[in-house]
Design a binder for this molecule. Structure first.
Ligand code: GAL
Length: 364
């Protein structure tokens, strides 16, 4: 334990020094240390051993609109796997290559004609494994499954474990008698035995080492938050329905002052909408919505972005970065990154304002 605390403190000290002066220009093309545009969309950041690792969807090649997604404008590129970049200052990113590769087999979850989205990596201190969770899907997003991969090193390559629909045969702890009643519109009851639909997602590790999986479920209207097993590889069989009927996607979860916060988007595909925020004393809920955290011009479309991740900056108290994707629906590989300071208003609400150019430490 002592060693863990020491290593943690050292990590904070190293990262705190390194990020000072780091500069961000939201929406511009961000290049890696080789001069190539960073290709890591819809992903997440892991702080580990004195460095940050950025994992994301590799989006390359032609953007097209498949017949099956025409009704809602679901353009796509061939699924490209998951990239990994490393930085100590959050601005100079070295490309470490493909952390999880697509697989050339139509029967495999990671086949190019399927969907690989929103990868997140967490580190399990007990097993010493890096565990990646991701949304894997069929081209029409009907499969709605959670994929898991593991690695002994942050850059991988990760070994794909497999996919499933979470929480098969388990009711949410806050399910009512009506929620358990089979009815034509009741996706929760319909999917009880086969497992719940899981699309946009994140994973969050709490201070006590317990990890939670947040996923848009029941066809997207309702989110679930689900405790993971101690090895982080599966649902532990305890979960709750949250934001019932609110159609929230792109969840990003963080903790501040002993409370849990969530930023998410509404459900409009690649098109931006007004972000949502929420707070909870207990991660399994109840969650209280706090409204759109974006403030000022462009707030109604969250500055033309959709949430990806919220990063607490190591060693800088009360400093959080709202990390978002600015999707280009008709040219997905040219989608940009928008990172902005996230601060807390006097009434405790998370707040995000547009800054054309800014550096750490962020002004409060
Ligand atoms: C968004 C979702 C993205 C991707 C996209 C497909 O709503 O957040 O991760 O699935 O739809 O159109």
């Amino acid at each position: 334990m002592m060693i863990r605390v020491l290593v943690g403190t050292l990590l904070l000290a190293v990262l705190a020094g390194a990020t000072r002066g780091a500069e961000f220009v939201p929406g511009e093309i961000w290049r890696d240390t080789d001069g190539q545009p960073i290709n890591a969309h819809g992903g997440g950041i892991l702080g580990h051993d004195g460095a940050y690792y950025w994992y994301g969807e590799i989006k390359a090649g032609r953007t097209y609109l498949p017949e099956c997604n025409k009704s809602w404008g679901g353009t796509r590129v061939a699924a490209g796997g998951v990239s990994c970049y490393r930085s100590t200052n959050l601005t100079d990113w070295k490309n470490l290559g493909v952390a999880l590769a697509a697989v050339d087999d139509p029967a495999h979850d990671l086949y190019r004609d399927k969907v690989i989205e929103r990868p997140k990596v967490i580190y399990n201190a007990a097993t010493k494994k890096f565990v990646m969770w991701l949304h894997v899907d069929s081209m029409d997003y009907a499969a709605s499954r959670s994929g898991v991969a593991t690695s002994d090193t942050p850059a991988g390559p990760f070994t794909y474990v497999g996919s499933f629909r979470p929480n098969a045969g388990v009711w949410p702890e806050n399910a009512t008698a009506a929620d358990k009643q089979a009815a034509p519109e009741n996706a929760l009851a319909r999917d009880f035995s086969g497992g719940q639909m899981a699309r946009d997602m994140t994973v969050f590790v709490d201070e006590d080492g317990k990890a939670y999986h947040f996923y848009s479920s029941e066809g997207n209207p309702t989110m679930h938050v689900s405790l993971l097993t101690d090895d982080y590889l599966k649902p532990a069989g305890k979960y709750a329905r949250i934001f019932v009927g609110r159609s929230m996607e792109a969840p990003a979860v963080f903790k501040h002052g002993g409370k849990y916060y969530l930023i998410a988007s509404g459900c409009t595909g690649w098109k931006p909408n007004a972000a949502r925020s929420a707070v909870a004393d207990n991660i399994l809920g109840p969650w209280t919505e706090l409204g759109n955290p974006a403030q000022g011009d462009g707030a109604d479309e969250t500055f033309k972005t959709q949430s990806m991740f919220v990063l607490p900056v190591a060693g800088q108290a009360n400093t959080f970065i709202f990390m978002a994707d600015r999707w280009q629906q008709w040219d997905l590989p040219d989608s940009r990154y928008v990172w902005l300071p996230l601060t807390f208003a006097a009434d405790g609400r998370p707040t995000i304002r547009w800054c054309p150019r800014w550096s750490l430490p962020a002004a409060h």
